[in-house]
Design a protein. Sequence first.
Length: 166
Amino acid sequence: MTDGFSRRYDTPQLVERLNADWYDLAVSSGLFDDRREFLVQLPQGTRSHLAVLQRRHGYRAPVFWTRVRLLDHWDVMGRGAASAFLGVHSGHPGFAMMSLDGSVYVCASTGETGIDVLVVRHPDRSENILRHLEWITRRDSPYANREEKQRVAAWLAGRARGLPGR
């Protein structure tokens, strides 16, 4: 099941609206556990999301997931996005998040006219996502991330064999 929201850049109080909508979506989709913990995808070997965007020739640095907890005072779409780990700058998010059990995937991206936030429940069952992962394993490009291809191929193979946790 897929859900989400879009907001134009000219939305009044954009950051506040994005934060409220993101939080509502995160709670309703089950992104958080009972301690408000979840996973955030971060680029490995770079200092920020912005640094990855600045790479040339479509190179994508390896990524890893890190466990985080949403504190009482938070600002994902403002200060978080401005930190360059969750976006390009305030009001321009760019991130991927996942529930600890992997059953909920949330991503945000900035476009030409606004921001899109999408949630996918049970991404491991999504035909579109599975097709994309298979494409990653077949992609033959000098800019393809070989380590990512190997991890995806191993996950898909384990899933096909019905291994636990897949």
